[in-house]
Design a binder for this molecule. Sequence first.
Ligand code: MRU
Length: 353
Amino acid sequence: MNSPTNQVYPVIWHNNAVSLIDQTRLPGEYTFVEISRSEDMAQAIKTMIVRGAPAIGVAAAYGMYMGAREIDTDNRDRFLKHLEQVAQMLRATRPTAVNLFWAISRMMKTAYETLGTVADIQNSLFHTAQSINAEDLQTCQAIGANGLKVLPTKPDKLCLLTHCNAGALATAGYGTALGVVRSAWSAGRLARVYADETRPRLQGAKLTTWECVQEGIPVTLITDSMAAHCMKQDFIDAVVVGADRIAANGDTANKIGTYSLALVARAHNIPFFVAAPLSTVDFSLADGSQIPIEQRHPAEIYQVGETILTPGEVEFYNPAFDVTPAALITAIITETGAFSPEELQNHREKQIV
Ligand code: MRU
């Protein structure tokens, strides 16, 4: 049995403000950015100081509370109107991860359903943000436990491949895909994690390896293009990834490169798991074709540090996410259990809205 050592919490409420681990500086620097204004929270989400679907949701919930306390009126209707503007500003930060929209909707629902004064509403909003944070941590731990039940039973100690960072840094703590890794590690069922570097922003190289090293989990970094080769060499027993938005039929948007990983996993008969909270499921979308895909600045692919990689005449395409068809997914691991994509609909009523 292995026990966790260093807990990582990317979004911490203290002294009436939020401390965010600055994920743009890891692994070189482990520093915090203090945020106390809603506008700064929106900027932190946009610039990826905080990133990863559930962590963005938690951060946005606190951003909503910050916005609520910035509104200077005792009039309920005027307050709610201004709060809608704060919600709009936060929604406009990143389009793909649905947890952002889910958390903001939950905060707006709290505001509309709280009777009493503006101060009462502000108070309720604070408590809802705290709940979203605390629930996500518990949810990730449940995902970890449920994941352990569906991992291959052979060999005794597994090698798991993951993509991007779906760890403590991407959630309230513990992680989704890395939550499964953590629980396998604690149970003595993990030999090693293979981390895709995850071009272009390198969340795998910079964040996933950092998290594993914090806990002494053996980790091997590979470039994205090495995954198929590693599978062919029999290095990989299962793939576990996170999700940014899952459509009602199980089609899953996650970091760019996830789809090709699912295809090569299928070609090698290796199980491919998606680990995500039910808040990541967008039951309003029938399938993945309707998931909005964030397009990011081309500099992420034509520039490394100060070095420009390409000649001037090149055109660029830099989608941040892709959609893996449900048919390539062995199981979706959630806080309520692990099930096939077709069974997702049965869990609809368990989603907190
Ligand atoms: O662009 P990012 O770094 O926010 O993308 C993160 C991912 O794609 C994660 O895999 C996903 O959000 C799941 S996090 C538990």
